[in-house]
Ligand binder design. Structure first.
Ligand code: KIV
Length: 283
């Protein structure tokens, strides 16, 4: 299957076909996403929480996103990959921003970058687009502003906020963004935004009227523990499956059931069970 491009992603909206996106942070997950035929991968700065164990996305660095993006693009060479610009990597100057975003394409192998913010980021989006770096915008709940927003709260609930978000969406489209993530805003507002801009909206907690959806890998697969956001649908319950598998392994090793002993003859190993992740090495 040919990799999506900014044009084919935009064309999906024109054809009223939904765009699919999921986060991934490493080689094996990227391979699985590609095998599933999902349109786009986001190497989100959510990796700070899902993979690195931080409380927010704020500590994530440019080097960390580049590192994870490299692994993802190795695993999904045919999938459109978006690298997330971490906190303060696109705020200081246009020169620094272009340098940082360029790293995600040049070193990471991504096809585009994502950054948070509305009209105040329009000049940045324009500069990146003009430098040949496609940009996915992100408005609504913007987790890098968690402290200014006073927590992870639904945005755009009152009329004034809603109007601001509509203006933000238009400004980002005008600046050249090829798409827009809408995070945690009322479904009706997301529908309105999706109708007034021609570029696709990718929703997360923003209802069914968006032109596409994105979910975080760990949420979608049920790897996350604790309270999950209301909008998340878990399509698997891997946390339980993984713990069960690990317990089974522990039990079998402790009881001498693994590895199997009956295959050893005069101290020489005649048959070793298949090593699943290293096919061909030691079958
Ligand atoms: O970092 C991330 O994973 C994101 C998505 C939640 C859109 O920004």
């Amino acid at each position: 299957m040919a990799r999506m491009t900014v044009n084919t992603i935009k064309e999906k909206k024109a054809r009223q076909e939904k765009v699919t996106m999921v986060t991934a942070y490493d080689y094996p997950s990227a391979r699985l996403v590609e095998e599933a035929g999902i349109d786009m991968i986001l190497v989100g700065d959510s990796l700070g929480m899902t993979v690195l164990g931080y409380d927010t996305t704020l500590p994530v660095t440019m080097d960390e996103v580049v590192y994870h993006t490299k692994a993802v693009t190795r695993g999904a060479p045919q999938t459109f990959v978006v690298g997330d610009m971490p906190f303060l990597s696109y705020h200081r100057s246009l020169q620094e921003t272009i340098g940082n975003a360029g790293r995600l394409l040049q070193e990471g192998g991504a096809q585009a970058v994502k950054l948070e913010g509305g009209r105040e980021r329009a000049a940045t989006v324009k500069a990146l687009t003009e430098a040949g770096i496609p940009v996915l915008g992100h408005i609504g709940l913007t987790p890098q502003s968690v402290h200014s927003l006073g927590g992870y709260k639904v945005q755009g609930r009152d009329e004034e906020q809603a109007q601001r978000l509509i203006q933000d969406a238009k400004a980002l489209e005008e600046a050249g963004a090829f798409g827009l993530v809408l995070e945690c805003i009322p479904a009706q507002l997301a529908q309105q935004i999706s109708q007034v801009i021609a570029i696709p909206t990718i929703g997360i907690g923003a209802g069914a009227a968006c032109d596409g959806q994105v979910l975080v890998w760990h949420d979608l697969l049920g790897i996350t523990t604790g309270k999950k956001p209301r909008f998340v649908k878990q399509y698997a319950a891997l946390h339980g499956n993984i713990v069960e598998a690990l317990k089974a392994y522990k039990g079998e090793v402790e009881e001498g059931q693994f590895p199997q002993q009956e295959h050893t003859f005069k101290g020489r190993v005649e048959s070793i069970p298949k090593l699943y992740s290293r096919g061909g090495v030691c079958n």
